[in-house]
Design a protein around this ligand. Structure first.
Ligand code: LIP
Length: 322
């Protein structure tokens, strides 16, 4: 009783502070993180209400699913953010760009990362909210669902630029593993297009399954990045996922002491078409193998420049990888 009262008054005090800072014209990254966390909580609530009921599924493609819950979650999450920051831009997986695209701030939301998992009640799945300032991630939150029908529980990952990464409020950091042989890795595969990049990733999966303790495929990129950030996995890579999958997770990794680049080793942006996140130590042994794979794909005519950059953004994103 007392602890919930204390929590409520802390929430009210923190909301007041955000308003005061916004009115004073200053943007504080911790404030942005708190709003991202609250936005995730609201998405979480939508998912909790739907998680034990039958899904209403629409097929965007044969294996590209969207449920009514993705749409409801995005509406609630982005509605909350737009109410707090009406002059910022917002980008959602389902609705695209909205608000003020010309703002220095862009909020990027995946209302359910791991929709296929969610459809099957197979964890993990998550809500992800990341904030960019002039294209650079400065705050983010990911709420991960675990458990099973009738018994869902969540873990909240948060980070803000210069302030570290937190798991349920406790500071976390990446692992210190420097040997691929003793590492646990994660990857993901394009669910829709099974062309050359997908086939190449099967080769990488095989290679690293042989060289490491194992390669996992969880089905939710935001969670994969969160797991690298808190040190329960040592590295993660994936090609052809979108900004909403990685906007929050990128900052979780870097603020926890990890490294993220494009797979070819070039500077990373959330709009990159390939991602290699590690505890930093594993970049050296892993990145050249990733680079070789991307170079081979580029030579065969596959595009690895940045993609899906919404029109009208006021800032430039990192130039093409190769
Ligand atoms: C999914 C990712 C997953 C990836 C899938 C898909 P969605 O996101 O998080 O790791 O491998 O291709 O993009 O579509 O469930 O938000």
């Amino acid at each position: 009783m007392f602890s919930s009262l204390r929590f409520f008054s802390q929430q009210v005090a923190s909301q007041r502070q955000v308003r005061a800072n916004a009115e004073a014209g200053s943007v504080n990254y911790k404030d942005l993180m708190d709003i991202a966390e609250e936005a995730c909580r609201r998405g979480e609530q939508v998912i909790r209400e739907a998680a034990d009921k039958p899904r209403e599924i629409t097929h965007k493609g044969a294996a590209d699913l969207v449920t009514d819950t993705d749409q409801k979650s995005e509406k609630v999450v982005l509605g909350f953010i737009s109410e707090k920051f009406p002059d910022h831009g917002v980008l959602g997986e389902e609705g695209g760009i909205a608000g003020n695209a010309g703002s220095d701030y862009l909020w990027i939301c995946d209302p359910i990362d791991g929709t296929t998992n969610f459809t099957h009640s197979y964890p993990p799945f998550a809500v992800s909210v990341g904030v960019l300032e002039k294209g650079v991630p400065v705050a983010g939150a990911v709420v991960e669902f675990a458990g099973s029908q009738g018994n869902w529980h969540t873990r909240m990952y948060t980070a803000y630029k210069g302030g570290g990464t937190y798991l349920d409020g406790r500071k976390v950091s990446v692992s210190s593993e420097d040997s691929v042989q003793q590492s646990l890795l994660i990857t993901g595969f394009d669910q829709v297009e099974h062309g050359e990049p997908w086939a190449k990733n099967m080769d990488l999966f095989k290679h690293f399954t042989d060289k490491s303790r194992g390669v996992r495929r969880s089905g939710a990129a935001a969670v994969d990045l969160a797991h690298v950030a808190c040190g329960i996995a040592d590295a993660y890579w994936e090609m052809r996922i979108k900004a909403w999958d990685v906007a929050a997770g990128t900052l979780l990794v870097t603020e926890a002491g990890g490294t993220i680049t494009s797979m070819d080793g070039s500077e990373h942006s959330v709009f990159s078409r390939s991602h290699l996140a590690s505890n930093g130590k594993l970049h050296k042994p892993m990145q050249p193998i990733m680079q070789e794979a991307i170079e081979e794909l580029v030579q065969k005519g596959n595009d690895f420049g940045p993609w899906f950059i919404p029109d009208g953004l006021s800032f430039k994103v990192t130039p093409p990888a190769i």
